[in-house]
Design a protein around this ligand. Structure first.
Ligand SMILES: *Cc1c(COP(=O)(O)O)cnc(C)c1O
Length: 382
C-alpha cells in the first residue's frame, strides 16, 4: 500500500499536515514587509520554545552546521575545552573542536552509559588558572538513547565561573525541559528535522549575553556562520542571506502548534511515549540499551538477544512500512532505535509495538508472549 510510510527514526521526524500545507505556497520575497512579519513571529516563538529572552538565531544548515556555529563564534584556536563524548554525537563535537584547532580534553563514558558529572567537576575545580574556556556536551545522545545530566554538569560549569557551556540539544529541545535562561546555558544548538516537526534544512543557535562577550575576542575565522550577522538582521526582522522561505512557513505553523499544546504538555507527552515504548519492549523480553534513569525522551535503543536487530528492522520496513533506525559504528547490527520525537502520539507507539510483536513472531523469536508488549505499553498510556 502506498503513502502509509511511518517514520520512527530520530530525524527526519514526521511532519504534521498543517505544516506541510503551510509550506505548499509560493515563496515571497525575503526582504518584503510580509516576510518581515513572519520572521518577527518566528523569532518570538523560538524564544518561547527555548525559554530565553536572549537570542535564538536561524541558519540554513543541518544540525551539525548549528554545532559548528556554536564553536567558531565563541572560541579561538588553542583554547582549552572539555568535551563530553559517550556516543556518535559527542564524538562529532570532538571532531568539530579539533577541526578548528581547539585544545580538546575528552571526558568519555562507554557508549550506553551517561557522562559522569563528577569527572567534569574534578577538572573544573582543579582549574584555578581558569584556562578552560568551554565545556561542550551532547544533551540527548541520539546514537545510544542516553540523556546526559546537563543540569548537574552545568552547575559545575557555573561554579567555575569562566567557562561557557555549549550544548547540542538537537534531540532534547522540544522533547525534554531545557530552560536555557534558568540554567544559564550559553550556546544551545538544534536542528529543524528533530523536535521541531518540520523537514531538514534549518539550524538554530541560542546565544547568551555571556557568550556574546566571548564572541568579541573569539578568533576562529568565520563568514557564513558568523552569528553577529544573523543577530543584526534578526533584530531588524530580517536575515543576512536568503533563508528557506517555505521551510519557515512550516516553522511558523509548527511553532503555533507547539504553543497550542504548551511546553509542559509537550514534555509530558514525550515522557509518556518513552515510558510506554520502554514498557512494551521490556515486556517482549528485549533488553533496553539505556538504563531507565538516563533514558532519552526522544529515542529508545534496543539491543535484542536471540534475534537479529537488522532482521527486525528490515521486516518492520517490508511488512509494515515502519522505518526504525539501526546502530552506528560498533553498534551497527547490534541495536535498533525507535524514534518518538516531535509529531508522535500514543497511537504511533501502540502501532510500533504491535508491529514489533508481529515481526518477532515472523522471525521465530520465542522469548515473548504475543500481546504482552502492547498490553504493557497500553497500561502506561491508559
Ligand atoms: C541529528 C543530530 C545532530 C545533527 O545532525 P545533522 O545530520 O547535521 O542534522 C546533532 N546532534 C544530535 C544529537 C543529533 O541527533
Amino acid at each position: 500500500m502506498q503513502d502509509k510510510h511511518m517514520l520512527m527514526i530520530p530525524g527526519p521526524t514526521p511532519v504534521p499536515e498543517r505544516v506541510l500545507l503551510a509550506m505548499a505556497k509560493h515563496p515571497i520575497g525575503h526582504r518584503s514587509g510580509d516576510f518581515s512579519q513572519v520572521i518577527a513571529e518566528i523569532t518570538a516563538d523560538l524564544k518561547w520554545l527555548h525559554q530565553t529572552t536572549s537570542d535564538v538565531l536561524m541558519l540554513t544548515v543541518s544540525g551539525t552546521g548549528a554545532m559548528e556555529a556554536g564553536i567558531v563564534n565563541f572560541l579561538s584556536p588553542g583554547d582549552r575545552v572539555l568535551v563530553g563524548n559517550n556516543g556518535k554525537f559527542g564524538e562529532r563535537w570532538v571532531l568539530v573542536s579539533r577541526a578548528f584547532g581547539l585544545d580538546v580534553e575528552e571526558i568519555t563514558a562507554e557508549w550506553g552509559k551517561p557522562l559522569d558529572p563528577e569527572a567534569f567537576r574534578e577538572k573544573l575545580e582543579a582549574d584555578s588558572q581558569k584556562t578552560i574556556k568551554a565545556v561542550i556536551i551532547t544533551h540527548s545522545e541520539t546514537s545510544t538513547g542516553i540523556l546526559n545530566d546537563l543540569e548537574t554538569i552545568n552547575q559545575y560549569v557555573k561554579n567555575h565561573g569562566e567557562a561557557l557551556i555549549i550544548v547540542d540539544a538537537v534531540t532534547s529541545l522540544g522533547a525534554f525541559n531545557v530552560p536555557i535562561d534558568d540554567w544559564g546555558l550559553d550556546v544551545v544548538a538544534s536542528g529543524s528535522q528533530k523536535g521541531y516537526m518540520i523537514p531538514p534544512g534549518l539550524g538554530f543557535v541560542a546565544v547568551s549575553q555571556k557568550a556574546w562577550k566571548a564572541y568579541e575576542t573569539a578568533k576562529i575565522p568565520k563568514f557564513y556562520l558568523d552569528l553577529k550577522a544573523y543577530k543584526k538582521a534578526t533584530d531588524k526582522n530580517s536575515s543576512p542571506f536568503t533563508p528557506p522561505v517555505n521551510l519557515m512557513y512550516g516553522l511558523q505553523a509548527a511553532l503555533k502548534m507547539m504553543k497550542e499544546e504548551g511546553l509542559d504538555a509537550i514534555f509530558a507527552r514525550h515522557r509518556r511515549l518513552t515510558e510506554a515504548t520502554r514498557a512494551g519492549v521490556k515486556a517482549l523480553g528485549l533488553p533496553l540499551y539505556a538504563p531507565d534513569e538516563a533514558a532519552s525522551t526522544a529515542i529508545t535503543a534496543v539491543m535484542p538477544t536471540g534475534v537479529d536487530a537488522e532482521a527486525i528492522r528490515s521486516t518492520m520496513k517490508k511488512q509494515f512500512d515502519i522505518a526504525l533506525a539501526g546502530g552506528q559504528d560498533d553498534l551497527k547490527g547490534k541495536i535498533f532505535r525507535i524514534g518518538h520525537l516531535g509529531f508522535v502520539g500514543d497511537r504511533d507507539i501502540l502501532t510500533a509495538i504491535a508491529a514489533l510483536e508481529s515481526t518477532l513472531q515472523t522471525l521465530g523469536y520465542q522469548g515473548a508472549t504475543p500481546g504482552s508488549g502492547v498490553a504493557a505499553a497500553a497500561k502506561v498510556l491508559g
